[in-house]
Design a protein around this ligand. Structure first.
Ligand code: ATP
Ligand code: MG
Length: 414
């Protein structure tokens, strides 16, 4: 028996309606905010992610599914996230000189070789948005408002928005040295990854999940105390914009985001009660990304929202009861002649837009009626030789048991 790859999932028809419901809300909200759907390839040149996500990140160093392509021997990777591909696509398709801002959304699967657990898988589904061409905090506020409105429309409570600013090229160096000297005094207690992060990317120490590192990080210098004038005033404007939009938030200096390309505002939506993987949405500003991929200087702001984590939160709050519409009609057939007639009847009604079923496995009448009940058909119709001969049959309303005589070749469903 061949089994699925560890960390992947089969989503069966009992669960797809919930996925589709959530995806529908994501699409509707994104389009309301003026974002258009973009579809990019599932795999890209590895170099795109090395440059776009950052070669000091865990995603690139430990988690990418990378392989040599067959013919040209080049290195290819399954996308671990969506932002780098969208940035590449706008450069490659000449969109950088279009009127700004450019706004894109996507619902994709991403691939990361991580330790599977609740809310963390190796193929996972993400709703992502990217906006390019505005440096104003008004664009940060718009992106955050879109994420908040998806969460609101799904009916989710107990999800808090945490915001922070991690500064820019101007303020980062001073903050970086403040961090290095703070953590440098605690090296003996840091985990091995953090010891090496201290040289390469000290900001990442604030993000470490190891309990000892986490404890030390609590008293670390805060980015918000080291912002340059410009970053400071932008962060203040973001806060007042969120206030004006009626979006609640907390300022949280531990939010730094995992990927290298972030600058300025960063944020996460964190859910209570779904365990350790509680960040349902993470995002921020990435003003250097497009340029680092060979495009013009073009600022950006985006986020990724994990569908499985949203579903965990919906389950926790009893909001996951979404199911497929039930059939309107089930036609039970007695004998081969009736089965053929039944096919004709359901096909006519399906063409008129109704959801209908008939027997195609040759069950007994009793078993067919049991089945009609099980699938929740609203009406049933029993067709045998005498019904075919007379052209008439009884349409039974399964809710109240009432019956109406209908003409087989032209009856309609209300
Ligand atoms: P985390 O802190 O949980 O590792 P991340 O910072 O790596 O997340 P991003 O790259 O920002 O996550 O991805 C955006 C969102 O995608 C996350 O907030 C989360 O909801 C979801 N996500 C990320 N990795 C996974 C995964 N392995 N399985 C399921 N969902 C994931
Ligand atoms: Mg991660």
């Amino acid at each position: 028996m061949i089994q699925k790859i560890k960390g992947t999932m089969d989503i069966l028809p009992s669960e797809t309606p919930l996925f589709r419901y959530i995806e529908g809300i994501m699409r509707e909200e994104a389009e309301k905010y003026g974002y258009g759907e973009i579809r990019t390839p599932t795999f890209e040149n590895t170099e795109l992610f090395v440059r776009g996500v950052g070669d000091t990140t865990d995603v690139v160093q430990k988690e990418m599914y990378t392989f040599q392509d067959r013919d040209e021997g080049r290195s290819i990777s399954l996308r671990p996230e969506g932002t780098a591909s969208v940035a590449r696509a706008i450069i490659e398709n000449g969109k950088c000189s279009d009127p700004m801002p450019l706004k894109f959304y996507y619902i994709i699967s991403c691939f990361r070789h991580e330790k599977p657990q609740a809310g963390r898988s190796r193929e996972f589904f993400q709703f992502g948005t990217e906006m390019f061409g505005s440096e104003s905090p008004a664009s940060d506020a718009t992106a955050i408002a879109l994420a908040a409105s998806v969460i609101r429309r799904l009916g989710l409570k107990n999800i808090k928005l945490h915001i922070n600013s991690i500064g820019c090229k101007e303020c980062r160096p001073a903050y970086r040295s403040a961090l290095v000297s703070y953590f440098g005094a605690h090296t003996d207690k840091l985990c091995d990854s953090c010891k090496s992060r201290l040289d390469k990317n000290p900001l990442r120490l604030l993000d470490c999940k190891n309990p000892d590192c986490h404890d030390i990080a609590k008293d670390a210098p805060k980015t918000t105390d080291h912002l340059c004038e410009d970053c400071h005033s932008k962060f203040e404007m973001l806060k007042s914009s969120l206030d004006a939009m009626g979006i609640e938030y907390v300022v949280d200096s531990s939010i730094v985001r995992g990927l290298d390309y972030y600058t300025g505002a960063v944020f996460e939506f964190i859910a209570e009660g779904i365990g350790a993987q509680s960040t349902v949405c993470g995002g921020g500003r990435y003003d250097g990304l497009v340029e680092s991929l060979g495009g013009p200087k073009l600022s950006g702001i985006g986020f990724g929202m994990g569908l499985t984590r949203i579903i965990l939160a919906m389950r926790e709050q009893g909001l996951d009861n979404v199911s497929e519409a039930k059939p309107e009609l089930y036609v039970a057939a007695l004998g081969e002649r009736a089965q053929v007639a039944a096919l004709g009847i359901v096909e006519r009604l399906r063409r008129e837009g109704h959801k209908c079923e008939c027997d195609i496995v040759g069950r007994s009448l009793k078993a067919q009626m049991k089945y009609a009940n099980k699938i929740g058909a609203r009406y049933t119709l029993i067709v045998g030789d005498s019904e075919i001969d007379s052209g008439k049959a009884q349409l039974r309303n399964m809710d109240d048991g009432s019956q109406t005589e209908v003409s087989l070749d032209n009856f309609n469903l209300a």
